[in-house]
Design a binder for this molecule. Structure first.
Ligand code: ZN
Length: 139
């Protein structure tokens, strides 16, 4: 019971943090599709419910918003001056969760690829994705 409640709270928190089918995510999906990749979306039975899962390559892709996931060194990740402490605590917990999700996936033998929202402004950035996906050799 407690577990169910915890799950509900957590999924509500997750929903607040990461919405599905964002423009950056759609861009990556369209690109991969055009490049001939087959993938699944929002796979709930994997840690962190990855945005894009490529089973053939044992790879998952997260398309991260720079603010919500605190892209290190990125101007878009700067905390607002208003309610600074609130945002700092909230966003730091996102970073901690991202990192534990990553560890879990790596331990299960997945390649974890993060595509940052800001990198998509340069369309050439996506061109490196196919070779990164294909180069992974599952352990
Ligand atoms: Zn960024």
């Amino acid at each position: 019971m407690a577990d169910v409640v915890e799950k509900a709270v957590r999924s509500r928190m997750m929903a607040a943090v990461r919405t599905r089918d964002t423009a950056p995510e759609l861009l990556v999906r369209r690109f991969l599709h055009a490049a001939g990749f087959r993938f699944r979306l929002h796979v709930r039975d994997l840690p962190g419910c990855p945005d894009i899962v490529l089973p053939k390559y044992q790879s998952v892709i997260f398309v991260h918003g720079c603010f919500w996931h605190q892209h290190s060194g990125c101007p878009k990740a700067r905390l607002p001056a208003t309610n600074y402490d609130f945002w700092k605590a909230k966003l730091e917990s996102n970073v901690v969760r991202d990192s534990s999700v990553r560890d879990l996936l790596l331990r299960q033998g997945w390649q974890v690829i993060v595509v940052w929202e800001c990198s998509l402004r340069d369309p050439d950035q996506l061109d490196t994705l196919p070779s990164q996906i294909r180069s992974f050799v599952p352990k």
